[in-house]
Design a protein around this ligand. Sequence first.
Ligand SMILES: Nc1ncnc2c1ncn2[C@@H]1O[C@H](COP(=O)(O)OP(=O)(O)OP(=O)(O)O)[C@@H](O)[C@H]1O
Ligand SMILES: [Mg+2]
Length: 183
Amino acid sequence: MMDVNSLQNIRREAPNILITGTPGVGKSSLCKQLSEITGLQWLEISRIAKEYNCLEDYDAVYQCPVLDEDKLMDGLEETMCRGGNIVDYHSCEFFPERWFDAVFVLTTDNTTLYDRLTNRGYTGKKLEDNIQCEIFHVILEEAKNSYKEHVVFELSNTVPEDLQENINKICLWLQQWFQKQNC
Ligand SMILES: Nc1ncnc2c1ncn2[C@@H]1O[C@H](COP(=O)(O)OP(=O)(O)OP(=O)(O)O)[C@@H](O)[C@H]1O
Ligand SMILES: [Mg+2]
């Protein structure tokens, strides 16, 4: 494995983008399609964390395991330095800022999100906290506080047509990124 300094000096042939937002806004649905269209690698953090053994303990209130963020970051460093990744996660502040060329925050109408999460079987505090998270734009604010303003984009994702439109917008951004590299 290369050392971190050499890795960070690699010129990326393709960008890394982050797709973030409250659970249930449609990140994975979008990433799956986007990855198929663009050939960029979809990194679904909740799945990768399991593969890398980065899940510890268990949060009884949220009924989910706790993520060992440092171990995950170490495991992903080389892949991210090489570029060409679509990272999919419901939080965005603990990733190194330098990893991402763009951060897309998906948002959903609150009642639609409520229906999606109850359909999944979410109840009680887990359901309420996720709805509050969306009402107060927590992830959008987190993204704005963690990344430069010009790399953060909000994409509304409530109805099926939004999904296609959002994929088109991201593809357009990608095209522009590749054009800039060739200038
Ligand atoms: N644009 C859309 N219109 C209608 N339904 C959608 C749209 N995008 C996603 N969905 C639906 O919303 C549900 C949640 O989507 P998905 O699993 O992709 O969310 P997620 O953001 O990845 O959630 P998590 O953070 O928990 O992984 C799914 O049932 C999916 O089919
Ligand atoms: Mg998902």
